[in-house]
Design a protein around this ligand. Structure first.
Ligand SMILES: Nc1ncnc2c1ncn2[C@@H]1O[C@H](COP(=O)(O)OP(=O)(O)O)[C@@H](O)[C@H]1O
Ligand SMILES: *[C@@H]1O[C@H](CO)[C@@H](O)[C@H](O)[C@H]1NC(C)=O
Ligand SMILES: *[C@@H]1O[C@H](CO)[C@@H](O)[C@H](O)[C@H]1NC(C)=O
Ligand SMILES: [Mg+2]
Length: 435
């Protein structure tokens, strides 16, 4: 990999400066490049610099963060992922801990296409680096749990330090949609809620309403079960100018939405709406509905309908998600169910052997049937609905909503004394063997 040839460590000139300042001080590319670049490439470079300056104005705060010497590529430099423009590798921090290093992908589609067109490797690399610099600036100015954290950035030495920019990011795991589809509903709901909270923040961000123009699952990573956006170079705060409503059509492959041209001559709200519909088509439709608690289904259908036709804005969407969360956490969604706990004997001070767990889906553990419940009553309802279930315990483990995990077991086995535990055993199950 081309990035492997860089010199990391003490030999490297650690150029950690005021980034926005650095950009403003740099002479325009035509002077620094020495030889004249093709006019087309120069124009593209100019445009990206303009974009960068706009972001740099207003945020010239001091640089904290890391030096290139503080991060060390791990042997082999495991590639975590790559896209058209950037490549991300895993690295270790000198003080311990792992991070992700993002740099220009020299063999990526963006740089290659530029080289084919202009035949200028250095200029093309710089063009791609400007995208990463833009992303770094956005990450510095936007802070949210739904945005990957920037620890710092450093620059490879040489005549054009900014072309050798590397962003040091918190380490995530690329999003695996197939895997997510197999996780419990509560975890999928968390991802969707996290996305909605992110879009709410972006709609009301300090930089204005931000749209993610390249909005796809591969622009996100998971960090500790939380969804975070990592690819921000295609983010924009611009909303198109317009003269009439016809200028403000929001187009998607399957659908288009006519929006209004505001009195100020802007397609106001188009950024927020584009994000929301993308969230609907790439995330909500896959992750939200299936295997949700039946009483929550109508609320989720409403959310899908109202985001799928853009009837809701992001504020209403967030409110609707928070309502579902409240119903779920409070157990209100369990209303009016037959009470089944009476069919179980509870034995305080015991737990059961874990080996007797049977498998169910979607379980929090591959080894058994471990499900999130609101109460022993809900666990009893689950146990009664599963033919294999003979007993269950409520564990000390909690999910992100604070609900306990219950472990369901098939054949009754030995009881193990445990002062903190309670075992619930089906009355119809034979007790003779165990006691
Ligand atoms: N912090 C991170 N931790 C782990 N993997 C990441 C991280 N950031 C990005 N990636 C992976 O690297 C890929 C490329 O990064 P991205 O910023 O999307 O580049 P591009 O602009 O070329 O699409 C992503 O699709 C993702 O799989
Ligand atoms: C979606 O919402 C619209 C407008 O509120 C309503 O007319 C329509 O019946 C709903 N569709 C579904 C499938 O719920
Ligand atoms: C949405 O919420 C934000 C923040 O609370 C508020 O500033 C904004 O006016 C609200 N927008 C709408 C359309 O209600
Ligand atoms: Mg990407």
């Amino acid at each position: 990999m081309e990035a492997g040839g860089r010199r990391w460590g003490a030999a490297l000139l650690p150029l950690v400066l005021l980034l926005p300042l650095l950009l403003l001080l740099l002479p325009p590319p035509v002077l620094r490049a020495g030889s004249a670049l093709p006019p087309g490439l120069l124009e593209e470079l100019r445009q990206r610099r303009r974009d960068l300056r706009r972001l740099a104005a207003g945020g010239a705060e001091a640089e904290g963060g890391l030096r290139c010497g503080d991060v060390r590529r791990e042997a082999g430099g495991a590639v975590l992922g790559s896209g058209f423009t950037k490549v991300v590798v895993r690295a270790a921090l000198a003080g311990g801990g792992a991070v992700a290093l993002k740099s220009v992908h020299g063999a990526g589609r963006e740089v290659r296409r530029c080289e084919q067109r202009y035949g200028e490797p250095a200029g093309c690399r710089r063009l791609a680096a400007y995208k990463l610099l833009k992303e770094v600036m956005l990450l510095r100015r936007l802070r949210h749990p739904g945005i990957v954290q920037l620890h710092g950035q450093c620059y490879d030495g040489g005549g054009e330090p900014e072309a050798g920019v590397t962003a040091v990011l918190e380490l995530g795991a690329p999003l695996e949609m197939i895997q997510l589809l197999q996780t419990p509903w509560e975890e999928r709901f968390k991802i969707c809620l996290g996305l909605v909270e992110l879009l709410f923040y972006l709609a009301h961000s300090p930089l204005g309403s931000i749209v993610l123009l390249d909005f796809q699952p591969r622009q996100f990573v998971m960090v500790d079960g939380n969804l975070k956006v990592t690819d921000m170079d295609d983010a924009s705060t611009e909303e198109p100018s317009c003269e009439e409503d016809n200028d403000c059509t929001l187009d998607f492959p399957t659908k288009s939405f006519p929006l209004q041209c505001s009195s100020a001559g802007k397609c106001k709200g188009i950024n927020e709406k584009r994000n929301l519909f993308n969230a609907y088509r790439y995330f909500f439709t896959y992750l939200l509905p299936h295997s949700a608690p039946p009483t929550l289904q109508p609320f989720l259908s409403d959310i899908l309908n109202a985001t799928g036709n853009l009837q809701y804005g992001i504020n209403e969407t967030l409110r609707a998600f928070e309502k579902v969360l409240h119903l779920y956490k409070s157990g209100l969604y369990l209303q009016k169910r037959p009470l089944l706990l009476k069919d179980y004997i509870s034995l305080r001070g015991f737990r059961t052997e874990e080996a007797e767990a049977y498998k169910c889906w979607p379980s929090y553990s591959h080894l058994g049937c471990l499900l999130s419940v609101h109460s022993p009553e809900e666990a009893a309802a689950i146990c009664s609905s599963q033919p294999k279930c003979q007993s269950f315990i409520i564990t000390q483990q909690r999910t992100w909503t604070g609900r306990p995990l219950a472990s369901f077991q098939s054949s009754p086995t030995d009881l193990i004394p445990d002062t903190t535990a309670v075992v619930y055993i089906k009355r119809s199950a034979s007790l003779g063997r165990r006691l």
